[in-house]
Design a binder for this molecule. Structure first.
Ligand code: SF4
Length: 319
């Protein structure tokens, strides 16, 4: 597509995400070792705890989701943890969407959102994964709800995001993992989309997460966690971006040494909280906020109920 064929929303993304080689940051090649040793030093007490068999599991596994949960409302974190994960239309939407985006990169000719969604659902249904079981056994109304919700998000994506070119090296849901203390502590993430790659010690990758709904500070923290994982793996990305599909807006942040150190501290804080709470070393605290709306223990939580009543009284802006 020619530059002047982009609509204004697409042009904004192209302008922000594109950067000439001379504008890209360079990182010291020793940074990955520096960050690893910093993290391992700060996590040594937890590693000793796991080695001494004082932890229920063989290792401590921290994903982006777990970190956000444990650093949010601790009471909700423990309540969610006690419920086994189950696929549903809302939980499957992201996975179907990412598959549809992946297909759109290689699709020949015009693509329509619902065709991509249907192909994505068919492909996932044949995969030997738990989502395959869900897609082949869910009821017709649930399937229709999933198709409609993902189709709407895909329409927004194709409208607002520039068509992805293979030369940009797009990768969807590509797993990144860091194994610390010989696997006793594992950090893991799967960014929605990455573009570009490093060139020697010059950063070139952009990490993008897609969101529906409004801004939350946790969105920025999620991306900083991915930046840390990439820095531990090869080299930090050069840019982090959250794309708000229903607003057609992008929030971005450049990756710096200080940002990576802050991401390390958040991991250390989350890891300690996780071990304390799961091991029952202290009582969980509550932190009322928007997530009270889908909290499984909200009816028994005075603080959450009070928060929701206040948000409801404040009218649409409060929601
Ligand atoms: S209702 Fe809100 S404050 Fe209460 S436990 Fe749930 S998330 Fe926490």
């Amino acid at each position: 597509m020619h530059a002047d064929q982009y609509n204004p929303a697409q042009q904004e993304v192209v302008t922000l995400l594109g950067a000439p080689p001379e504008a890209r940051p360079e990182f010291d090649p020793s940074l990955r070792d520096e960050l690893r040793s910093h993290l391992e030093d700060r996590l040594e007490p937890l590693a000793q705890h796991i080695r001494a068999d004082s932890f229920d599991d063989d290792n401590l596994f921290l994903s982006k989701y777990t970190l956000t949960q444990v650093l949010g409302c601790e009471q909700k974190f423990l309540a969610d943890r006690s419920e086994p994960f189950a696929w549903s239309s809302p939980t499957a939407r992201g996975t179907v969407m990412h598959k549809a985006i992946e297909l759109s990169v290689h699709w020949r000719g015009e693509s329509s959102p619902l065709v991509l969604v249907d192909e994505a659902m068919a492909s996932l249904a044949n995969a030997e994964k738990s989502i395959g079981d869900y897609l082949t056994t869910c009821g017709e109304s649930e399937r229709a709800e999933l198709r409609a919700g993902t189709g709407a998000a895909m329409t927004q994506f194709l409208e607002c995001f520039p068509p992805l070119k293979a030369a940009w090296r797009p990768a969807t849901e590509s797993p990144i993992r860091a194994s610390l203390h010989d696997g006793l502590i594992v950090l893991s993430g799967k960014p929605d989309l990455t573009l570009g790659q490093p060139d020697g010690t010059v950063a070139g990758k952009v990490i993008i997460d897609f969101k529906t709904g409004g801004f939350s500070p946790t969105h920025r923290e999620d991306l900083r966690f991915y930046a840390l994982l990439e820095a531990l793996r090869v080299l930090p990305p050069r840019l982090l971006a959250t794309y708000y599909l229903d607003q057609g807006r992008i929030h971005s942040e450049e990756v710096t040494h200080d940002l990576l150190l802050a991401a390390c501290e958040r991991v250390v804080d989350g890891a300690h909280r996780y071990v304390e709470l799961v091991g029952g070393a202290r009582q969980p605290g509550v932190a009322p906020g928007p997530s009270c709306r889908w909290c499984p223990v909200q009816l028994d939580c005075d603080e959450g109920t009070e928060y929701l009543e206040g948000a409801y009284d404040a009218g649409p802006g409060g929601w």
